[in-house]
Design a protein around this ligand. Structure first.
Ligand code: ADP
Ligand code: TRP
Length: 334
């Protein structure tokens, strides 16, 4: 029976929010529980370096992401769980792949384009102001993350689909020259949760300060849910579930019966306060268990240290022979 390799990474940029959970973490864990699946989950700490965070903070954020995966149910026996920076072969491959990456492809990558636009709007003369080469070639490092482990499926939120397209392009370009060495990966975007809205209705993102973090204490969770933007319809007015931030998030946490019930309440007329209370309840219930586990894991980091060390060994056992093949193919090394 053929084995499917599922791989995804999360950048350590602080405690993940529910957009990260619904768009990336939960779908990856669901895919990984399917039969004949091998799963690779990692913490993309070198990707965070593009923002040059404080070293202590970067280390702490790495633990936060690791603890989140474990709190959400990652089974370390069934998953290769590692830190990107523990696998030097990824960086080696990244350089090699960069030699197969047309510069124009990077000019079109969305994070870089967004930065250029920001500079343009601010009237800056240098449109590349604040862009380091790490940010510019970010998609190449991401391609290396994926290709070094020959991943078939990569669960990601919608915003990462372009990066997957780039990884596919690079893999195909390499293969045209050297034969079928790189497996061409496929993005898997979850149906529910691919674009979780934040408190203000824009995409939930750490950069917009509109997030609900995964492990907020109940009182704060309630407060944040209370801040979700709504319109000014009176309580008794029928409400549309389409485009409702409350309903969107509710759907991602509730079971089908609950969703149907809330939909009828929307149609019959429900006050925003009551709808928010229902959302809070369903989120609190789903996140209570993981929240407790997260606290325990963060209180003693030695467990995480041990797991990541083991994971790095398992990952390198694959990455080293793969890179040997690549080196042979391109004509470097012995
Ligand atoms: P942020 O935008 O907060 O910085 P990241 O870029 O670190 O989040 O995203 C980590 C993962 O979570 C990616 O796979 C991304 O697609 C997913 N993700 C981020 N925000 C959302 C969202 N609002 N809805 C769904 N998925 C998301
Ligand atoms: N770029 C992804 C993000 O910003 C994180 C990431 C790095 C990733 N390498 C990856 C995701 C490889 C999937 C596969 O969220």
């Amino acid at each position: 029976m053929a084995i499917t390799t599922v791989l995804t990474g999360v950048k350590p940029t602080g405690q993940p929010h529910i957009g990260n959970y619904l768009g990336a973490i939960r779908p990856a864990l669901e895919l990984s529980s399917e039969p004949n699946t091998e799963t690779w989950l990692f913490i993309a700490d070198y990707h965070t370096l593009t923002t040059t965070p404080d070293p202590k903070r970067l280390r702490e954020m790495t633990y936060e992401v690791a603890a989140t995966w474990l709190a959400c149910g990652l089974d370390p026996n069934k998953t290769v769980f590692y830190r990107q920076s523990d696998i030097p072969e990824i960086l080696e491959l990244s350089w090699i792949l960069s030699c197969f990456t047309p510069k124009g492809l990077m000019n079109r990558a969305h994070a870089y384009k967004a930065k250029v636009q920001e500079n343009q709007e601010a009237g800056k003369e240098d449109l590349d102001f604040g862009v380091n080469m790490g940010l510019y070639s970010y998609p190449v490092l991401m391609a290396a993350d994926i290709l070094v482990f020959s991943a078939h499926k990569v669960p990601v939120g919608e915003d990462q689909v372009q990066h997957l397209e780039i990884a596919r392009d690079i893999a195909q370009k390499f293969n045209r020259q050297y034969g079928e060495i790189m497996k061409v990966p496929q993005a898997v975007v979850p149906k529910v949760g691919k674009n979780v809205p934040g408190l203000d209705g824009r995409k939930m993102s750490k950069s917009y300060d509109n997030s609900i973090l995964m492990f907020e204490e109940p009182a704060r969770l309630k407060k944040l849910v209370g801040r979700i933007k709504t319109d000014s319809l009176p309580p008794e007015a029928p409400k549309s579930t389409d485009g409702s931030i409350i309903f969107d998030i509710y759907q991602a946490f509730a079971i089908p019966d609950q969703i149907a019930t809330l939909k009828s309440k929307f149609e019959a007329g429900i006050s925003w306060g009551a709808a928010k209370e229902e959302l809070f309840q369903v989120m609190d219930e789903a996140l209570r268990g993981p929240r407790e586990k997260y606290k325990q894991l963060m209180a003693d980091k030695s467990y995480i240290d041990g797991l990541l060390k083991q994971g790095a060994e398992r990952a390198r056992a694959n990455a080293v022979p793969f890179m040997h093949k690549v080196r042979q193919a391109i004509g470097v090394g012995s």
